[in-house]
Design a protein around this ligand. Sequence first.
Ligand code: ARG
Length: 475
Amino acid sequence: MSDPQAPVPGPSASPTATNRLWGGRVARGPAAIMEQINASIGFDRRLYAQDIAASKAHCQMLVRQNIIPAADGDAILAGLDHVLAEIESGGFAFKTEHEDIHMNVEARLAALIGPAAGRLHTARSRNDQVATDFRLWLRDAIDQLDGALRALQAALIAKAELHVDAVLPGLTHLQPAQPVSFGHHLLAYVEMIGRDRGRFADCRRRLNESPLGAAALAGTPYPIDRDLTARLLGFDRPAANSLDAVSDRDFALEFLAAASILAVHLSRFAEELVYWVSTAVGFISLSDAFTTGSSIMPQKRNPDAAELVRAKSGRVIGALAGLLIVLKGLPLAYSKDMQEDKEPVFECVDSLALCLAATTGMVEDMTVSAARMRQAATAGFTTATDLADYLVTNLGLPFRAAHHVTGRLVKLAEERGVTLDALPLDALQSVEPRLTDAVYAELTVEASMGRRTSYGGTAPERVRAALRAARERFL
Ligand code: ARG
């Protein structure tokens, strides 16, 4: 099943054994191809720990409610622990004929403890079981992702603290706009990641309801205690509607939506890394640890990790689109289509874990060339806005008039091939006679940056305060 090279058996191949767990009705076993398309054990084995935890909670509840005998309950609990140990030691034989993780575990339990194992499935169905397992799994995955997101924020903040005074040419339309602190720029990503963490936390809050006890779709006549199983599994409450409980996959969609936005953030940052590290730009460099060579061009240092982070967003967004399409038009309640919910989520979690680790690694690894950044920040007339502001503040010009005067000075500087602050005073005065020497101090990139002290602005004193606040808010 998990071997892509395995030949697909023809439709006539027909194993003889009927399925022991649901085969009472059927006279003969499924066609091999039926078994193959039906089986999910190739991927849902990843749910084993959650499946066993949910079974243990269910079993405890069945005993507590006098639905199954305590002695059978004890045997089941011990047997489930045994199965768990077998799986974790690598000694468990997953079988395609047992279809999925739920039946693999139960079949092994039956082999270990005999007929008492058959009592475990009282008052539940694989429909509520899989919904429970998957929520538990995703809850853990979100907690792990949150740790990785926090680590990325920590790396960004630490790097930003080192480079508050480094002047980066801030861009709009990829054109030089205004000088900004490199630390300020990195802090923008800290904010984005902070919102990502918030979205995952929201998703976690809403997913934390227990489907267990919804049974196949309608609830159960047994006197179960859904509050107890919910509590035992760390859920906030049981899901209120049995039909919704077994058919809802909003939690997976919400997760993939939040994941897609995160992947887009990582992709944007990765693109900046690729740009900054390029030879033409050279604002940062990455060590051999995060670059690769070329098999033909000996001089190359390619930012492959950043490029792959940039690209992986495609998979994550694809996972969201894919699952939306799987679920679209599905009637209540459970349909087997829903078995297709797991692989996109698993793959997305794996991709994000990899991308986050690589991105954090690159942030820690990067060496910043403040001199190259400053040089680029002084080109492109990035302090033209400051000159206009100076004309407004010191000479009382309306901003539109100041904008016009500055535009003429930029044109003059362009014609002479110099920066604004390299225009001699007589040239400045040829456009605006009231300008004096005092203007030059205002035209440096440091002065420009330092003046932007508004809340959320790039002045280094602001950025230092923002860094302190970010540590408080996020770390
Ligand atoms: N492997 C199934 C899934 O992932 C479990 C639920 C099967 N339920 C059923 N009625 N066949 O969705």
